[in-house]
Design a protein around this ligand. Structure first.
Ligand code: GDP
Length: 294
């Protein structure tokens, strides 16, 4: 079940007739199911309580049917997500995006999708393989570079990641690239090592000017609450300026997008809706919520 099915699931428990579904009166059973689904889908306690209280307060008055309840849900969810709907504008050249995230989050795939998106817009994109810890990471990035027809700077494994990132940005300045996407490690010997390494990369490219303009954190939505924990950790270490939430096509735990937004207020730049190159969407709060409550 994906996050986009959870509200359909509640409704389908009430009647099979789709037409009249939204006119069904709500009752305690509906509220109990709603509360349970919001919690198990990782919307977080605060947002869940807010929704349930708001419905309870108006039940029998302005809230009689599923349609009325969804109106309340829509407004509350929209107010949370609209505050983090801030698209990424590529201002300045080269625009340097340092991409961070734990292994398996979809970081490399996201870099490939972004490379393809920006190339299609006519940007000259340079990929930089600064995850030198894993040989496979460099190879994977080389494949994405080929797929999206972008250049790549990759040195041998075990090269100093901060030096590779520095060389990449240096090259982009010298050769007039528009966008630089820096891949970074997603796992080292310890989490502390990892945070030290990404901090060092940030410091090294800052020596070349006002870079990076964006520190983009890739988070796997299927891990629910752990995504929030990761977001806090990277944000404390680096100051994250944007988030990409991946795998929203394959989890009912995607409610974490609300908990993260509510708590950290970091802009959500894109969402990943599949494995293919075209499956990255710019994040639009209203569209997201309409898909949820469709
Ligand atoms: P990395 O270790 O963070 O670089 O992660 P990868 O980019 O290698 O992705 C890990 C797995 O997640 C791969 O199998 C990807 O195809 C898959 N993946 C990445 N993004 C998405 C997404 O938005 N939806 C789905 N369903 N799978 C994704």
């Amino acid at each position: 079940m994906s996050i986009f099915d959870i509200f359909k699931k509640i409704k389908s428990g009430f009647t099979q007739e789709k037409e009249t579904l939204k006119d069904k009166p709500i009752d305690q059973n509906y509220l109990d199911q709603l509360e349970e689904l919001l919690i198990t889908s990782d919307f977080g306690v605060e947002i869940t309580q807010k929704i349930i209280e708001e419905i309870n307060k108006n039940i029998g008055g302005s809230v009689k049917t599923i349609r009325d309840a969804e109106f309340v849900i829509r407004n509350i969810l929209l107010s949370v997500l609209e505050s983090v709907e801030k698209p990424l504008y590529l201002k300045g050249s080269p625009f340097v995006i340092m991409v961070v995230g734990i292994n398996g989050s979809g970081k490399t795939t996201t870099i490939g999708k972004l490379a393809s998106l920006y190339s299609e817009r006519g940007k000259n994109v340079l990929l930089v393989a600064a995850d030198t810890f894993r040989a496979a990471a460099i190879e994977q990035l080389q494949e994405w570079a080929k797929k999206s027809s972008c250049d790549i700077l990759a040195l041998q494994t075990k090269a100093d990641p901060a030096a590779v990132a520095y060389d990449g940005v240096h090259k982009a300045i010298a050769k007039n690239y528009d966008v630089v996407l820096i891949d970074t490690a997603g796992r080292l010997h310890t989490q502390k090592h990892l945070m030290e390494e990404v901090k060092k990369i940030k410091r090294s490219i800052a020596k070349l000017g006002n870079y990076p303009q964006e520190i983009l954190l890739v988070l796997d939505s299927t891990i629910g609450q752990n995504a929030l924990v990761q977001a806090k950790e990277f944000n404390n270490a680096l100051g994250v300026s944007g988030i990409v939430l991946t795998k929203l096509d394959s989890t009912s735990k995607g409610g974490i997008i609300f908990a993260i937004s509510q708590e950290l207020k970091i802009p959500i730049r894109y969402i990943g809706m599949g494995e293919k190159i075209e499956d990255l969407r710019a994040f639009v709060a209203r569209d997201f919520i309409e898909s949820l409550l469709d």
